[in-house]
Design a protein around this ligand. Sequence first.
Ligand SMILES: Nc1ncnc2c1ncn2[C@@H]1O[C@H](COP(=O)(O)OP(=O)(O)OP(=O)(O)O)[C@@H](O)[C@H]1O
Ligand SMILES: [Mg+2]
Length: 238
Amino acid sequence: MTNEVGIKVENLTKIFGSGDSEVRVLENASLEVKKGEFAALVAPSGAGKTTLLMMLGCVLEPTAGKIWLGDELVWDEDHWSIRDTRRIRREKIGFIFQAHYLIPFLNIIENVKLIPLTNGWPDKKAEEKAMELLNYFDIGDKRDAMPSQLSGGQNQRAAIARALSNEPRIILADEPTAALDMQRAVNVVKLLRKIVEEQNVAVIMVTHDERLLPYCDKILSIENRKVVTTTQDAHLIV
Ligand SMILES: Nc1ncnc2c1ncn2[C@@H]1O[C@H](COP(=O)(O)OP(=O)(O)OP(=O)(O)O)[C@@H](O)[C@H]1O
Ligand SMILES: [Mg+2]
């Protein structure tokens, strides 16, 4: 772990709706994950895990508070409109969703190459990176298949490959292992651990599976609309 900020949040508040339908999800929540740190986000259903990840990923606007990704202040309640959130998402963040969201009319390798190509990588480099990731996830032979021709678990692995394709410095993962068997879930978490250490990436991973927690440096939970952080020694190192 370094001392550099990966993700930092100060006094983040998110309120949906108003009046009778108002839902207060977070109120003045703060957290920090350094580069080279792997954090798990664990909280009951409805506590606000996905909402928090969507705000960190610049997909959803906070009601108030500040968010830094690396040394860039990406959300500041006064200056949201000047931020180029699409660029931030494309360049800095790897998203792994619970439902995989591969683009249905592109084949597997096209899905994985899309973000690097959008970021201006030459085709050959994007192709090599995509194949390296697909092979790692045992779906290299599916490169020309369409998402509809893959199983749920294979699609999820392709989606993880896609999230890693632009070598992001920040990975936000919402139950990335939910559709996988235990062995594959552990393999995915080990891979994330390796990326955290070798590439100095900051990861926040939502999980309900306690067996995956020993791979993490930090456990974030949401209690009374605030984030509570527990630091631990990751003792199952790859
Ligand atoms: N667009 C929205 N409009 C109104 N309320 C919302 C909206 N999105 C989420 N919520 C509410 O915010 C709360 C937190 O939802 P969120 O999806 O973040 O929970 P979660 O911790 O990810 O749950 P799960 O473990 O089931 O995925 C819930 O009460 C939910 O109903
Ligand atoms: Mg959720």
